[in-house]
Design a protein around this ligand. Structure first.
Ligand code: NAP
Ligand code: ZN
Length: 352
């Protein structure tokens, strides 16, 4: 074991603060990474504040962070794909059993024995996994991704969660040129959804509660922007969407978006608000519409997404912050004041 610097939360109400954690020495299949950048996902905030306690209660101290990009500093003897000095990336998962039906379909995110990057039982240490708000991480090579060399690393980090979480359902639901796609919420996930749907050739309509994000949404690739509090403007799109991606982090009326779907249209939830919400059955029945969810994406699809980003020069729009500003960043997320992902420059951890 060795000591790593990190930021952790001690309880649902405590701010993140500097700490030291123990990491395992790399085993033969492991890659050790010096973390350069880590994105700030709204899931980090939900988890740190124990807002998902009914499904994944938080174990404290909690070191969040699952949008990791860094430099390889050590590799185990059986590691073939990475060498010291390479850039490696890690997303929301660090292990899975590798032989269940889901793993065999490259859907490790649905493996019953999937180990998440943080707040999962750690089979190596017997404790809990610690995430990327840290100077280093040790991960099995099967869960380390390659970042195309043309991508800016601060902007590439958010691809590991916000990127794959939006790319995967767009592909699954067949978004291509000529489809009309809605994206709800212009935050970290939403802005990636807009970029990907645009790159896939769809007609993209962004629904936002923030009128001041209109210009940015158009620049990011939206063809139209609707301020969702204007119900007349929303209603103009009734029955017209092939697909809607809902990336909202808080309670809101999903039914009003389901009614915007055409026959056989689908609305996929990627946002994960704390509380359940009522679903209007008739909205689904009339039009054979479907409402579904999606969680990140498998490892092979994550690499495919990174390669797609390399080919199309896509990264997240980031505000790079020192880790000392992470608590302030959380408060800004709650005010929808993010343009459009915070990316922590991990060199700042040395100042803690
Ligand atoms: P974020 O950056 O904070 O963005 C959320 C956006 O939702 C805000 O910018 C805002 O956009 C909109 N919003 C916030 N409060 C709202 C309200 N009360 N009513 C309507 N819209 C509201 O969050 P994120 O990191 O993109 O994450 C979004 C959600 O996805 C979180 O719940 C997160 O946990 C979840 N998530 C899920 C997965 C998965 O695998 N399914 C992966 C990662 C994250 P506007 O200002 O444009 O309205
Ligand atoms: Zn995330």
């Amino acid at each position: 074991m060795f000591n790593a610097s990190a930021f952790s939360a001690a309880s649902p109400s405590s701010p993140l603060a500097s700490t030291t954690i123990a990491r395992r020495d790399p085993t033969e299949n492991d890659v050790q990474i010096e973390i350069l950048f880590c994105g700030v996902c709204h899931s980090d905030l939900h988890q740190v504040r124990d807002e998902w306690k009914s499904v994944m209660p938080t174990v404290y101290p909690c070191v969040p962070g699952h949008e990791i990009v860094g430099r390889v500093t050590k590799v185990g003897s059986a590691v073939s794909e990475f060498k010291v000095g390479d850039i490696g990336a890690v997303g929301c998962m660090v292990d899975s059993d590798g032989n269940c039906p889901e793993c065999r379909r490259n859907l490790e995110q649905f493996c019953q024995n999937c180990t998440l990057t943080y707040n999962s039982p750690d089979k190596h240490t017997g404790g809990v996994t610690y995430g990327g708000y840290s100077d280093s991480v040790v991960v099995d090579q099967r869960f380390v991704l390659k970042v195309p060399s043309n991508l800016d690393l601060a902007g590439a980090a958010p691809l590991l969660c916000a990127g794959i979480t939006t790319y995967s359902p767009l592909h699954h639901w067949g978004v291509t040129k000529g489809k009309k796609v809605g994206v709800v919420g212009l935050g970290g996930l939403g802005h990636m959804g807009v970029k990907f749907a645009h790159a896939l050739g769809a007609h993209v309509v962004l629904f936002t509660t923030s009128p001041n994000k209109k210009e940015d949404a158009l620049r990011l690739g939206a063809d139209e922007v609707v301020v969702s509090r204007d119900t007349n403007e929303v209603a103009k799109h009734a029955g017209s969407f092939d697909f809607i991606l809902d990336a909202v982090s808080a309670d809101h009326d999903v039914n009003s978006y389901v009614s915007l779907l055409r026959v056989d249209g689908n609305l996929t939830l990627v946002g994960a608000p704390e509380r359940p919400f009522p679903v209007a059955g008739f909205n689904l029945i009339m039009g054979r519409r479907s409402l579904s969810g999606s969680a990140i994406g498998g490892i092979a699809e994550t690499q495919e997404m990174l390669d797609f980003c390399g080919a199309h020069n896509i990264t997240a729009d980031v505000e790079v912050i020192p880790i000392q500003k992470v608590n302030e960043a959380y408060e800004r997320l709650l005010k929808s004041d993010v343009k459009y992902r915070f990316s922590i420059d991990m060199a700042s951890l040395k100042n803690s």
